[in-house]
Design a protein around this ligand. Structure first.
Ligand SMILES: Cc1ncc(COP(=O)(O)O)c(C=O)c1O
Length: 398
């Protein structure tokens, strides 16, 4: 049996989504900007896809959703757009983000820092989230943007987006959230949360790879990253990949329906909890950041004495796909910044394994995975030179 438990990295395309895309990869190939019937044949489905995107995140009709290549592009569009529009002209000079963002945000912020922009990286508390009050305290007169992810890709921890949105609105500071790991897992409502910009990628919610979106609240238009034709109202030039856009639309509809979200909340959560509880039966295992307030599909577990990379290798031999919370391939390389953000000791920082489920996982798969994971832990601890003798230094305090 093969078991895929790396859905925060990417998801399997829903077969219904693939069927919806097919005509636009074969017969309906006209450029949507052409005036003839070949191009016009795409318009109805593109409009329908946009409707699904608006509905899925509860955008207002007057707002914009720009189709991009992925969340990375959307995030860069916001951060660099704010830089061009508000910072380069001397109006503002400060950005607030967190220490645990995806590299798309962190690297864009680091680039801005290299250009002289001041960036505040808020740290997470012992539960792995930032406090809304910290955002309030960090906002200054010169703050041009607050960018905080909705849910963390490693821990699944859900950030207080509604409170942060209210704080930003009151302070008059534009608020961007990286919604990549939230959509399809928990309800996402950009209006209720006063979000001004939101980035997302279709392949995280059973849509195709290579397509994403950027929600822009009415009145918050940015200088685009890509200049060229007038596609997307001039907000993102380049011929639209119609098949991918149509696929993303349906994927959004399927992933955000009340029934789908209830399935995540109940069924996927139950499977995740079963997997997690079984691993925690093994001694000296802990859930990084604790178990409260997480997306229903994710668990990041530290297994003392078991290097994350070795665990992945072992699981891969048994056809289980997971991910390491550690970005290291050898001891010299840096551990995951998310782990470091907890103030973890360096051993803990290298022992995280992330399991992320989806609606396509079955109980049978989880039972098989549990069996294999437990065997792998015993095997790897058996050959670990440090495990048998070292004191359980990190077993508490997180
Ligand atoms: C939270 C978060 N933001 C952004 C991204 C970037 O997504 P993409 O690679 O599709 O641009 C990811 C991907 O893992 C993510 O988890």
């Amino acid at each position: 049996m093969e078991v895929y438990l790396d859905n925060n990295a990417t998801t399997k395309i829903d077969p219904l989504v693939f069927e919806e895309m097919k005509p636009f990869l074969t017969d309906v190939y006209g450029n949507p900007n052409s005036l003839h019937k070949f191009g016009a044949g795409t318009h109805k489905k593109m409009a329908e896809a946009l409707d699904y995107l608006y509905e899925g995140i509860n955008a207002n009709d007057a707002d914009d959703i720009v189709i991009t290549a992925n969340a990375t592009e959307s995030i860069n569009t916001v951060i660099k757009g704010i830089w061009i529009d508000k910072i380069l002209n001397g109006e503002k000079k400060h950005i607030i983000t967190t220490e645990v963002e995806h590299p798309a945000t962190t690297a864009a912020c680091k680039f801005l820092e290299s250009q002289g922009v001041a960036v505040t990286y808020l740290s997470v508390n012992e539960e792995g989230v930032i406090e809304a009050q910290d955002v309030k305290n960090a906002i200054k007169e010169e703050t041009a943007l607050v960018s905080v992810m909705w849910a963390n890709n490693e821990t699944g921890k859900i950030f207080p987006i509604k409170e942060i949105g209210a704080i930003c609105k009151e302070a008059g500071v534009p608020f961007h959230t990286d919604g990549t790991q939230a959509i399809g897992k928990i309800p996402v409502d950009v209006q209720a949360c006063n979000v001004d910009y939101m980035s997302f990628s279709a392949h995280k919610f059973h849509g195709p790879k290579g397509v994403g979106g950027l929600y822009i609240r009415k009145g918050f238009k940015l200088t685009p990253l890509l200049h060229g034709g007038e596609q997307m109202g001039g907000n993102r030039a380049g011929t639209v990949d119609v098949a991918s856009m149509v696929g993303m639309g349906l994927a959004m509809k399927l992933a955000t329906s009340p029934m789908a979200l209830a399935y995540e909340e109940n069924h996927v959560r139950k499977l995740r909890d079963k997997l997690e509880a079984a691993i925690l039966e093994m001694p000296e295992t802990i859930v990084i950041g604790g178990t409260s307030n997480r997306t229903p599909n994710t668990t990041l577990i530290s297994i003392r004495g078991v290097e994350g990379e070795s665990m992945l290798w072992d699981l891969n031999q048994n056809l289980i796909g997971a991910s390491t919370g550690s970005a290291c391939a050898s001891e010299d390389l840096e551990a995951n910044p998310v782990m470091n953000a907890f103030g973890s000791d360096s051993e803990l920082a290298h022992t995280g394994v992330r399991f992320s489920l989806s609606r396509f996982n079955t109980e049978e798969e989880i039972d098989f995975a549990i069996e294999q994971i437990k065997k792998a832990i015993i095997r790897l601890r058996g050959i670990s030179s440090s495990y048998a003798y070292a004191p359980a230094s990190h077993a508490s305090g997180l």
